[in-house]
Write a protein that binds this ligand. Structure first.
Ligand SMILES: Nc1ncnc2c1ncn2[C@@H]1O[C@H](COP(=O)(O)OP(=O)(O)OP(=O)(O)O)[C@@H](O)[C@H]1O
Length: 341
């Protein structure tokens, strides 16, 4: 549904070039919620602004729903007719809501419909439907200043849906909200994704957002996508940095040379059996549990545990094989850099 190829953006700032996007290849499938995560300055905002050509990339292509936007003329306010048409099928939600304070909630939602020339009656009907969809039917006559942050973001979402978009872009939509409101807005995005078949591309600096709402994710660093994929696949990959960040499990053990640290992951229907005590009993070994967490990720129950066994990797080949036989994913950590060996 959204594909970027070799997407590059260079800003010229005070006489020097800033490489904000460096050959970004991204593929967001139709109907999924895709999260881009990364620290400040990684290039997330630039990426999302290039996806709907609010920012014209320096090179590379952006294709949304089969239309190559980068081949259409104009950008920002001077977009040509075809680009404006294509943009109508892409909704955008902003961190600070971007509502007009002098207009009522209803009038804010009607704004994009006014711009496309819909008549008054149809505008009213459509805006009322959208406000109902986001749970704000009773606030139609209120002004943004009379709403909470979460309600303002619901208005922002209703407005973004006015053009019946197939794709919704969310630029840190929950960063200005408290944790409970964040949860309710993420749930709303998830519901809209499922009810309307909406494809959602969101950017965030919070791993919790990825964990609670996304099907897939990409990690950005220094303008590059360093990892991307479906969360279920990433969780099955012992080298995945995203998976590691989804489960911060504490330290890496005693640091002694004759110890083996394992990371054990179980997903979905994998046995929720007491494998640690079974292992200890079967092989008569003392197992040190270093950390454990169970989360619901992409709608599936996923657990991860880090344990330390006495002896080297070679000494533990048989117990590791036993765990794998139980349907568990087992990665042996390389203690020098904390990733799977
Ligand atoms: N208009 C601009 N002019 C010059 N440099 C820019 C401009 N916009 C962004 N940059 C630079 O591009 C890089 C990527 O910025 P961007 O805002 O995309 O990152 P980000 O991951 O969204 O960060 P944040 O989470 O802080 O918004 C940064 O080095 C930033 O300073």
């Amino acid at each position: 549904m959204i594909t970027t190829k070799d997407l590059t953006k260079v800003y010229r700032s005070r006489g020097r070039d800033v490489l904000a996007l460096d050959s970004v290849d991204l593929h967001v499938q139709e109907g999924e919620v895709f999260g881009v995560v990364g620290t400040s300055g990684a290039g997330k905002s630039t990426l999302i602004r290039c996806v709907n050509l609010l920012e014209r990339p320096t090179s590379g292509t952006v294709t949304v729903d089969g239309v190559e936007l980068t081949a259409l003329s104009g950008s920002e306010q001077r977009a040509g007719r075809e680009l404006r048409e294509a943009r109508r099928r892409i909704g955008m939600v902003f961190q600070h809501f971007n509502l007009l304070s002098s207009r009522t909630v209803q009038q804010n939602v009607e704004l994009p419909l006014e711009i496309i020339g819909l008549d008054r009656h149809d505008r009213r009907r459509k805006a009322a439907e959208l406000l109902d969809l986001v749970g704000l039917a009773d606030k139609a006559g209120s002004y943004p200043g009379q709403l909470s942050g979460g309600q303002k973001q619901r208005v922002g979402i209703a407005r973004a849906l006015a053009g019946d978009p197939k794709v919704l872009l969310s630029d840190e939509a929950t960063s200005a909200l408290d944790p409970e409101t964040t949860r309710s807005i993420l749930q709303l995005l998830r519901d809209l994704n499922q009810q309307l078949g909406l494809t959602v591309l969101l950017i965030t600096h919070e791993m919790d957002v990825i964990k609670s709402v996304c099907d897939s994710a990409a990690l950005m660093r220094g303008g590059r996508v360093v990892e991307s994929g479906r969360l279920t696949d990433l969780l099955a990959d012992g080298h995945s940095r995203i998976a590691r960040d989804l489960f911060p499990l504490g330290d890496f053990g005693s640091g002694q040379a004759d110890r083996t640290v394992l990371e054990i992951t179980f997903q979905g229907d994998a046995p929720a059996q007491p494998f640690v005590s079974q292992l200890a009993r079967t092989y008569q070994i003392d197992i040190n549990i270093l950390g454990a967490a169970v989360e619901t990720i992409a709608g599936r129950l996923v657990g991860r545990m880090r344990v330390e066994l006495p002896g080297s990797h070679t000494d533990n080949v048989v117990p590791i094989g036993y765990l794998r036989q139980q349907g568990l994913q087992v990665d042996v950590l390389d203690l020098s850099n904390g990733v799977a060996a």
